[in-house]
Design a binder for this molecule. Structure first.
Ligand code: BES
Ligand code: MN
Ligand code: ZN
Length: 503
């Protein structure tokens, strides 16, 4: 299907857009491997130590050397010690008792970054605390790969060829399948980062759909794209309402993993894909708008997670839906007070055009519910209020089914992606009552904004088990740290992968 916008704007000569051939990992996934022991003659050995195991570092990082450098194995501490022709790089992981995968990945990422000019690196975890050998090995591969990510697509000059050409994770007895999955997760998270980091003027909805389609072709997923005309036929009033002010057509992206043989169930992932959020006529102030190319991060996580699914080949059917458009202003844009009809027939009075994510999700969730799946999980950079409540690192987790909430929380816990369960209090539901329509799109005032947004979404899933993740905070980081570069994080790709793998 042709995916051109109704007005074609050039995105710049030599653009790598729509091509997944450019992977922004400076270490190719196949170059991160598992081994029983560190290969002889590696340029650097990254040793992850806890405060309890700091005494068993190799001689190069002797007690005197550590004391002089003030190295105590705290998270974020790195010690580079010459060792013969190579380096020993000790990285702190903090206390052993409560070591989790987030801290482990942080340490591995810091260590691989500190290896700078090395061509070959080995990674050794001296003390994994309560963590099992398999998850440690997988997390180390993921972090090693992702720590080499940088967003270079929009740089005028490209970086020199990377010097790093192998990372060997020392993990005796760990099965190769662990590495296969970890590489796929790292690639999936890198794809999500790439989508999040791409500016709103170049990652338009049609462009996002093209990239999803290219990924699907590469991974053998089914892909269906709905353009403007199809969205009209399909009565997707929320996506159309938000898109009214845009130069670019909207897209609904549907990716499907169909297992071999009879599927044991269906899980639908739904992502907010606002490729840029100006707020519409309820315009954002400049500071608030600056980061709004990130507003497709939920959709980006769905595309990244779907790219991993073939590597784990689950027996459950997995459908990923992304509702993509920007939220712009022109003479056609929706006005505060306008009413649209969502796909499920609910009418919505739009009193604030900046509460647009829930409008596109209204259609995406309606569509998901029509499939009568076993579960729906939606992901969205939905509310600034979630940042106020939980800060930048932690996502809000809401839903209508305690069992599914527990499953998602367990997957997040197992993979080290912080999220916190928030309520959907029935007592606030009346805030969404409208004088004119079935619902209005904002609550009363600013208080509890994450919860009223969640309550709004709940109206579109019917009786289906559903979880909503508000990822407004963790979709990006402000500064490079461990496995992260400044910008998109790829948050939720791991949780979704684990959820599906353990379904
Ligand atoms: N995309 C924003 C939410 C957001 C804000 C994400 C800051 C990340 C950082 C969303 O579309 C939005 O504008 N929400 C409004 C809702 C309000 C108008 C009810 C908000 O949070 O202010
Ligand atoms: Mn908004
Ligand atoms: Zn938004």
């Amino acid at each position: 299907m042709g995916c051109g916008p109704h007005v074609v704007l050039p995105i710049g000569a030599g653009s790598p857009l729509a091509s997944l051939a450019v992977m922004p990992l400076r270490l190719a996934p196949s170059q991160a491997t598992l081994a029983d022991a560190a290969p002889d003659g590696v340029d650097a050995v990254v040793v992850v130590v806890t405060t309890e195991s700091v005494g068993s570092l190799p001689d190069a990082a002797s007690e005197a050397f550590r004391a002089a450098a003030g190295f105590e194995a705290k998270p974020g501490q790195t010690l580079v010690a010459p060792d013969g022709d190579g380096l020993v790089i000790a990285v702190g992981a903090g206390g052993s008792d409560d070591l989790d995968l987030e801290r482990l990945r942080r340490a591995v990422g810091d260590g691989v970054k500190a290896a700078k000019a090395a061509a070959s690196v080995a990674v050794q975890v001296l003390d994994a605390g309560p963590l099992g050998a398999d998850v440690v090995a997988g997390a180390a591969i993921e972090a090693a790969l992702l720590s080499t990510y940088s967003f270079t697509a929009r740089k005028g000059s490209q970086p020199d060829d990377p010097t790093l050409d192998s990372v060997t994770v020392v993990a005796p007895g760990v099965d190769e399948s662990v590495a296969v999955r970890a590489r796929a997760v790292a690639e999936g998270a890198a794809l999500t980062r790439e989508l999040v980091n791409e500016p709103g003027g170049s990652l338009t909805a049609p462009e996002m759909a093209d990239r999803a389609e290219a990924m699907a072709a590469d991974r053998g997923l089914d892909c269906e794209i709905w353009d403007l005309e199809r969205l009209r036929e399909e009565r997707c009033g929320g996506i159309l309402a938000v898109n009214q002010g845009s130069t670019y057509e909207p897209r609904l992206i549907k990716l499907t993993w169909e297992p071999e043989g009879e599927a044991t169930g269906t899980v639908v992932l739904v992502g907010k894909g606002i490729t840029f959020d100006t707020g519409g006529y309820s315009l954002k102030p400049p500071d608030g708008m600056m980061t709004m190319k990130n507003d497709m991060g939920g959709g980006g996580a769905v595309i990244g997670a779907m790219s991993v699914i073939p590597a784990i080949a689950p027996s459950v059917r997995v459908v990923g839906i992304v509702c993509a458009t920007d939220n712009m202003v022109n003479g056609h844009a929706q006005r505060p007070g306008d009413v649209f009809t969502a796909r499920n027939g609910t009418t919505v009075e739009v009193l604030n055009t900046d509460a647009e994510g829930r409008l596109v999700l209204a259609d995406g969730l309606s569509l998901a519910a029509e499939m009568e799946p076993d579960a729906i999980v939606d992901l969205a950079t939905l509310t600034g209020a979630c940042l106020v409540a939980l800060g930048q690192d932690i996502a809000g987790l809401m839903g209508n089914d305690d069992e599914l909430i527990a499953k998602v929380a367990a997957a997040a816990e197992a993979t080290g992606e912080p999220m916190w369960h928030l309520p959907l209090p029935d007592r606030y539901r009346e805030q969404l009552d409208s004088d004119t329509a079935d619902l209005k799109n904002i609550g009363k005032g600013r208080y509890g904004g994450t919860l009223t947004a969640g309550l709004f979404l709940r109206e579109f899933v019917g009786e289906t088990s559903w979880v909503h993740l508000d990822i407004a905070g963790p979709v990006t980081v402000d500064a490079a740290k461990g496995e992260h570069a400044k910008g998109g994080t790829g948050y939720a790709v791991r949780t979704l992968t684990e959820l599906i793998a353990s379904w």
